[in-house]
Design a protein around this ligand. Structure first.
Ligand code: GLY
Length: 317
């Protein structure tokens, strides 16, 4: 069996390409790296890689991670600027004995030393989004912080190896140096080939409070189906955050076990995700929580067309 699952519609092209490879025996690590790189490279996905939304100083600072579910090796970068593919740098770091998680200037020096491609990651379109949000924040008092769609993926190959990878520009208008969940093992991602993996998108500050990716893997290890594990973990964290703090930020999780079974849970409306397995064509689903359970429906062609038009629509300031 091989399989792949990822947060959001933006992952579908990468998943489609990587799954062709998995079907021909590609390694799970190569598959997640290839698929995440495709998201990082596409300028119209405005929360990951090239074209990602900047911090409050209009600088694009990126976070990414990679985990090997066979060896439990982890590599991560955070707050890295001017490098094309943070996920590949994270993967390279996972091979090191120590110094596996590097931030800012240290991550950039490592990337330079290891020959990774330098690139100005701030696009003109991202600058327009920035100007628009600055104006809205001043004029209408809107929260500057909306927008934190991370791509997170879990892969399973024919040899039973599982890997996880994440990549994000983090919270739009974040403070310089702010790091979310995506680079943090256990919060933004976790994978163990003997069980399965999970990865998150949403408000990093709240996802971190539940170490929620690890919690889902732990529940799967107890024998829960990925769907049940996701629903339990998301509902519990959502409830606890509301009880203790009055509100919960966006929490959306995708999970895959080592049999190729998957699950997804969310506390937001219309969360999208992308999935493919040996038995299921690459598909985009839309999820909603109904009575504590997450229900998934296949995205219609009409929805997909509207999405494609929306991400390229002119930005009016
Ligand atoms: N989940 C992405 C972030 O909060 O940075």
């Amino acid at each position: 069996m091989w399989a792949m699952i990822a947060t959001w519609r933006m992952a579908i092209e990468g998943i489609t390409e990587a799954c062709k490879g998995l079907n021909e025996g590609m390694d799970a690590g190569d598959a997640v790296e290839l698929a995440v790189k495709m998201v990082e490279d596409y300028p119209f996905y405005k929360s990951v890689g090239y074209g990602g939304l900047p911090n409050e100083n209009c600088e694009v600072e990126l976070d990414a991670a990679y985990m090997d579910g066979d060896t439990l090796a982890i590599g991560a970068v955070a707050g890295i600027r001017d490098y094309a593919n943070p996920v590949s740098i994270a993967r390279k770091l996972s091979d090191e004995k120590v110094n596996n998680f590097l931030v800012g200037a240290g991550a950039e020096a490592y990337a330079h030393k290891n020959g990774f491609e330098r690139k100005n990651m701030l696009t003109d379109r991202a600058k327009l989004h920035y100007e628009k949000r600055k104006k809205e924040t001043l004029e209408k008092g809107l929260s500057p912080y909306i927008g934190h769609d991370t791509v997170g993926m879990i892969s399973l190959d024919e040899n039973g190896k599982m890997c996880a990878a994440t990549s994000t520009s983090g919270l739009f208008m974040k403070k310089r140096g702010r790091i979310g969940d995506s680079a943090l093992s256990g919060s933004g991602f976790y994978v163990d080939s003997e069980v399965g993996g999970a990865t998150a998108t949403g408000l990093g500050e709240d996802l971190m409070k539940g170490c929620i990716s690890y919690e889902i893997v732990r529940l799967m290890k107890e024998g829960k189906h990925p769907q049940e594990a996701c629903d339990i973990a998301v509902n519990q964290l959502d409830k606890e955050l509301i009880r203790r703090r009055g509100k919960a930020g966006d929490l959306s999780l995708v999970a895959l076990n080592n049999k190729g079974e998957w699950g997804v849970a969310t506390n937001i409306a219309d969360f999208t995700f992308s999935v493919a397995t040996k038995n299921e064509e690459p598909t985009v689903y839309i999820s909603n929580r109904v009575d504590g359970k997450t229900i998934h429906e296949v995205a219609s062609q009409e929805w997909l067309d509207a999405y494609a038009a929306r991400i390229k629509a002119p930005i009016e300031i």
